[in-house]
Write a protein that binds this ligand. Structure first.
Ligand SMILES: NC(=O)c1ccc[n+]([C@@H]2O[C@H](COP(=O)([O-])OP(=O)(O)OC[C@H]3O[C@@H](n4cnc5c(N)ncnc54)[C@H](O)[C@@H]3O)[C@@H](O)[C@H]2O)c1
Length: 333
């Protein structure tokens, strides 16, 4: 029996990945660890909860994590758990050091000790810093690290730890650095679900700053398919960039969402900008295409249509969150 440990499996990308593995590899024994912070939701796994093993605890609780490793070896570890919200990292960097750096080190150490055969670390393109709007370049696997927020700094640190475990101890590791994901099960702390839910509930779409900061948008199911490819076929010690091939700014996202909810009374509303807001991210995923056959399965328009439909069909999932929506400090002043 192949045992796979998926950390952060109740989060947005993690729960989509658990669904993919459960469907594609029915013989795998899936173990999920998630502390269920404000973005983690056990409801994300409700339909498959009986076919997985779910544990709620913080990865820094080493004794609990060790007990899971002692219960039976893991062939695969896929590490998605992280504090992931840039705005929250500006308010409380300590929580990000604990979850993104300390927890990653503990997980790597136990993976080494218990002979994990492949450790895949899910990271972000934000470790590369920012590009200028008029620059015609993209991030790739050779781009030097230049993180700018506490979130990206702690993700960069975790990437370096993963590389160190490969170089120093020979742990079989891979890393993926991906762009902005969107899709089902994403809490409205990111632009696509926030704007979709604002549009569906008649609230104005709050665009940061001048709305011209650009991100590359990746449909979460394509990202999960890429993680699956790298986990099973990637080369040890390698890094792979994953993008969606869809560069959009905030205004374009707002317009696309307003068009996909034609009945809405919502309008665009410009608000304060995030401190240190990176101007542009763009990602070149040609290595992943060339070496492992990756190709995004949807265009941005198709992915957005699927996403908006999912939110339309799943009021039960998002209504409780909208009642207590997170608002970053810089928007309160
Ligand atoms: N969402 C994106 O666009 C994006 C882009 C690039 C990279 N990533 C990376 O992908 C991964 C998943 O992101 P996401 O968007 O699904 O985030 P998310 O916040 O939705 O999910 C993260 C999950 O990890 C859990 N978690 C956090 N700290 C933990 C800890 N110490 N112990 C146990 N569980 C813990 C949370 O409870 C949550 O369920 C993260 O590593 C993130 O850095 C995300």
């Amino acid at each position: 029996m192949t045992r796979i440990l998926i950390t952060g499996g109740a989060g947005f990308i993690g729960s989509n990945f658990v669904h993919l593995i459960n469907k594609k590899y029915p013989s795998y024994e899936i173990v999920v660890v998630d502390k269920l912070n404000s973005q983690g939701r056990k409801e994300n796994l409700a339909d498959i909860i009986d076919s997985i093993e779910f544990h709620q605890f913080d990865l820094v609780e080493e004794d609990k994590l060790r007990a899971l490793f002692e219960n039976g070896g893991f062939e695969y570890v896929v590490h998605l758990a992280a504090e992931s919200n840039v705005d929250r990292s500006i308010e409380d960097p300590d929580a990000f050091v604990s979850s993104n750096v300390t927890a990653t080190n503990i997980l790597l150490r136990l993976s080494k000790e218990f002979g994990v055969q492949r450790f895949h670390h899910v990271s972000t393109d934000e470790v590369f810093g920012e590009l200028e709007l008029d620059q015609d370049t993209k991030f790739n696997e050779e781009t030097p690290y230049d993180p700018r927020s506490p979130y990206s700094a702690t993700k960069a640190a975790s990437d370096h730890l993963v590389r160190a475990y490969f170089a120093t101890y020979g742990l079989n590791t891979t890393i993926s650095n991906c762009s902005n994901n969107y899709g089902p099960y994403q809490v409205p702390e990111n632009i696509v679900p926030l704007f979709a839910l604002f549009a569906l509930s008649g609230k104005d779409l709050t665009i940061y700053g001048d709305g011209k900061s650009v991100r590359d948008y990746l449909f979460v199911e394509d990202h999960c398919a890429a993680i699956d490819l790298i986990l099973h076929n990637g080369k040890a010690g390698e890094t792979y960039c994953v993008g969606g091939g869809a560069e959009k700014n905030g205004i374009e996202i707002a317009d696309a969402i307003l068009a996909s909810v034609p009945e809405t009374s919502s309008e665009k509303k410009f608000v304060a900008d995030r401190p240190g807001h990176d101007r542009r991210y763009a990602i070149d995923h040609s290595k992943l295409m060339r070496e492992l056959g990756y190709k995004p399965s949807v265009t941005f328009e198709q992915g957005l249509e699927k996403t908006v439909k999912w939110y339309r069909d799943n009021h039960w999932w998002w209504e409780p969150i909208m009642a207590d929506l997170y608002v970053p400090d810089f928007l309160k002043n």
